[in-house]
Ligand binder design. Structure first.
Ligand SMILES: Cc1cc2nc3c(=O)[nH]c(=O)nc-3n(C[C@H](O)[C@H](O)[C@H](O)COP(=O)(O)OP(=O)(O)OC[C@H]3O[C@@H](n4cnc5c(N)ncnc54)[C@H](O)[C@@H]3O)c2cc1C
Length: 303
């Protein structure tokens, strides 16, 4: 069976696209490998999404988006898309269990945490090292170290310090996050921020805790060795587009497919450093309107 439109990812971009498709009467399937609401599930507080003058917690906003997705009547398939390819004139989405053909697909798959090799994480420590903070939801009374100096690291520090002690380890001599976020984190009793601190080694000690060896320096590369213990380590060192499932042929032909409104990218997957929920939602709506217009123009024309 050929369906009108597929959406890969149920974050703000994918959900906004599904809601817009419903308004145009386009039959839609949304594929989601994790939680609906996407990365917003990990955000401590969202203060810049229009419509919430006092701000809203990330999980609460994700919950509202999930509700709106349900109301859109789009079919939600909770499976990971393993490949996106082309079969003559149709796009094929393949998961472990099915292959579905679409006239058009919106890729709204966001980003994945960047892999780091420095510091190297030994295999016996991996169950205490995380790249997404929601995996630590429910942890209480622990000491959590966070490596990173950007918005995500400080946002994670805010969520985690509600129930834990948190040390944020920043390699450079200043933070790269929003000034207000850094100020809030620094004013929290349970948050310690150490700048000019590079973690050079991670080891698991017999009791299970992690020992982090650090090189603290004056920015000249030299400096004193030190260290700290932590129950858990969170790596917040950047994110990359999560588009590894798109075939090379489609990536090569993407500009032409985009011009024909058959393959569109929306949200963080395509936004470089401009990764914000309202931008993603706007792009999802825009992409769905473009596809719906194309489907209307070509109605009755065999693909
Ligand atoms: C800690 C933190 C705090 C933030 N705070 C704010 C804030 O205050 N304000 C703000 O505007 N933005 C904030 N953001 C950014 C915001 O969360 C993102 O910009 C937004 O979620 C991007 O939406 P998206 O739909 O493009 O991608 P995502 O939200 O990343 O959603 C993509 C979805 O696609 C799914 N997916 C990926 N690959 C596949 C696949 N192969 N098969 C099936 N599903 C797949 C993922 O599981 C995910 O659910 C924050 C982000 C973080 C990490």
């Amino acid at each position: 069976m050929t369906l009108d439109a597929g959406i890969i990812g149920a974050g703000p971009a994918g959900i906004a696209a599904a809601v817009q498709f419903a308004r145009h009467g386009v039959r839609t399937v949304v594929f989601e490998k994790g939680s609906t609401g996407g990365l917003l599930r990990t955000a401590w507080r969202v203060e810049n999404f229009p419509g919430f003058p006092g701000g809203i917690s990330g999980p609460d906003l994700a919950g509202l988006l999930e509700e709106q997705l349900r109301a859109s009547q789009a079919e939600l398939v909770r499976e990971e898309v393993e490949s996106l390819d082309r079969d003559e004139e149709l796009l094929i989405v393949r998961t472990g269990g099915r292959a579905v053909r679409f006239r058009a697909v919106i890729v709204a798959s966001g980003t994945r945490p960047r892999d780091v090799t420095d510091p190297e994480i030994p295999p016996d420590a991996r169950d205490r090292v995380f790249r997404e903070v929601d995996e630590l939801r429910g942890v209480r009374g622990a000491h959590v170290a966070v490596i990173g100096g950007g918005d995500a690291a400080f946002d994670y520090a805010m969520s985690l310090s509600e129930e834990n002690d948190v040390t944020v380890l920043v390699r450079g001599n200043s933070t790269r996050c929003l000034p207000a976020l850094a100020t809030m984190a620094r004013s929290r009793e349970r948050v310690t921020v150490k700048v000019l601190t590079r973690i050079t080694a991670v080891a698991r000690e017999p009791g299970g805790r992690l020992r982090l060896t650090s090189l603290s320096n004056g920015g000249d590369g030299g400096g004193a060795r030190g260290g700290l213990h932590a129950d858990y380590l969170v790596l917040a060192v950047g994110r990359d587009p999560d588009d590894g499932f798109v075939s090379e042929e489609l990536l090569r032909d993407a500009p032409a497919l985009e011009a024909r409104r058959e393959l569109l990218f929306a949200g963080d997957v395509a936004n470089g450093i401009f990764r914000q929920a309202s931008i993603a939602a706007g792009q999802g709506t825009h992409a769905a309107m473009r596809v719906a217009t194309m489907l209307k123009e070509t109605a009755g024309v065999a693909p």
